[in-house]
Design a protein around this ligand. Structure first.
Ligand code: KG4
Ligand code: ZN
Length: 337
């Protein structure tokens, strides 16, 4: 059963065809990163317009790459939450149009649950239950997963997402957008123990907070406002390395606690920040220490894509969780709405 997936929740226009929830026949992603780089972050209006301009061509390419015609498609799965509302509406309207015109079943998919499902697509050996950490520009959430889309939220960021913190720290250090890869590059030249930064604490054991860490980096770099003593900023590379290590420590701590509390011995980590080599090394050390299984999907499934939408959409389609034309876009996940 082939499902067409459509994803436009942020700054990637993506379409994919996936067979039986697993076999990726095509996975096309058009990144808008160059359009937003000059502004140092995603500009919602520009994102919506760019989606509108290319969605038709991207869907067509996904069908062509998969050598599939629309009459072979069993359903259309589209991201309906969470994301930028104008951006989501472009994909949603397009999917509704296809569904209405061709009589195709329509499925609305939660983007974050699809990030979790991407781990299963990449590593079919994962057994339920497993822990999934989704760590990207828009989300930092830790789940226990008991089936496709069947998750329990254990904890999430109470303020900035980890990737957002990387992007803000990058901008502070004068590095271009998107900041994560550039902070990582600079951090390779620095000492992660050089700058004393707080490891953020939250009341609940699996929650995260990155806003205070970001402010601590700001004060280390520019000095504390109002303080008279002369300020000698640390080397930018040391600050980048120390920040990156503090983010990794927060994520490693939550996973360590969740493994102990849940008894799950399999952990999957997805989202753009999962590309970070230092985080991977720290989690690798945790794997050795605890004897757990650790899964990182390949980057094309870690970052925003429509294969994960089509993949999870297949299971919703089979379960009869169909949407109609009243399906609406929402800026938050259902859990937080
Ligand atoms: O999953 P993603 O492509 O998009 C969403 O936000 O959903 O994640 C993008 C985020 C950005 O904040 C980017 O700076 C961060 O992932 N990122 C990284 C790295 N590569 C991408 N953060 C740290 N280290 C990296 N190597
Ligand atoms: Zn995402």
């Amino acid at each position: 059963m082939k499902v067409l997936g459509i994803e436009t929740s942020c700054d990637e226009t993506a379409a994919a065809v996936v067979e039986d929830g697993r076999r990726i026949l095509s996975n096309v992603v058009a990144s808008q990163v160059d359009l937003h780089a000059v502004f140092g972050g995603v500009v919602p209006e520009i994102a919506s317009r760019a989606h509108q301009e290319c969605i038709d061509a991207i869907v067509q390419r996904a069908l062509d790459d998969a050598q599939t015609s629309l009459d072979e498609v069993a359903g259309v799965a589209v991201t309906c939450r969470p994301g930028l509302i104008g951006a989501l509406l472009v994909g949603l309207s397009y999917a509704k149009g296809l569904s209405l015109a061709l009589g195709l079943p329509l499925v609305g998919v939660d983007h974050i649950l699809a990030h979790v499902y991407a781990c299963e697509m990449a590593a079919p050996e994962l057994q339920y239950p497993y822990l999934a950490l989704v760590v990207s520009g828009g989300h930092t959430s830790l789940f226990r997963t008991d089936g496709p889309g069947n998750v329990e939220l254990l904890g999430e960021s109470l303020d900035d997402a980890a990737g957002e913190a990387f992007d803000k720290v990058a901008s502070l250090l004068g590095l271009p957008y998107p900041g994560g890869p550039n902070v990582e590059k600079l951090a390779r030249l620095g000492d992660p123990s050089a700058v004393d930064l707080p490891i953020p604490r939250c009341k609940r054991p699996f929650d995260f907070s990155f806003a205070g860490l970001k402010t601590a980096v700001l004060y280390k770099f520019r000095g504390v406002p109002g303080r008279r003593a002369p300020h000698v900023p640390p080397a930018a590379a040391d600050l980048a390395a120390s920040f990156q290590d503090a983010v990794a420590s927060t994520l490693v701590r939550a996973i360590r606690r969740a493994v102990a509390a849940s008894g799950c011995t399999q952990v999957a980590v997805g989202g753009g920040v999962a590309a970070n080599g230092h985080l991977r090394a720290r989690l690798g050390a945790l794997r050795e220490e605890l004897g757990i299984t650790l899964v990182f999907p390949p980057l094309r499934l870690c970052t925003d894509n429509a294969a994960m939408i089509a993949g999870l959409g297949y299971h919703q389609l089979v379960a009869g969780e169909l949407a109609d034309l009243s399906l609406d876009a929402a800026p938050t996940s259902r859990r937080g709405a």
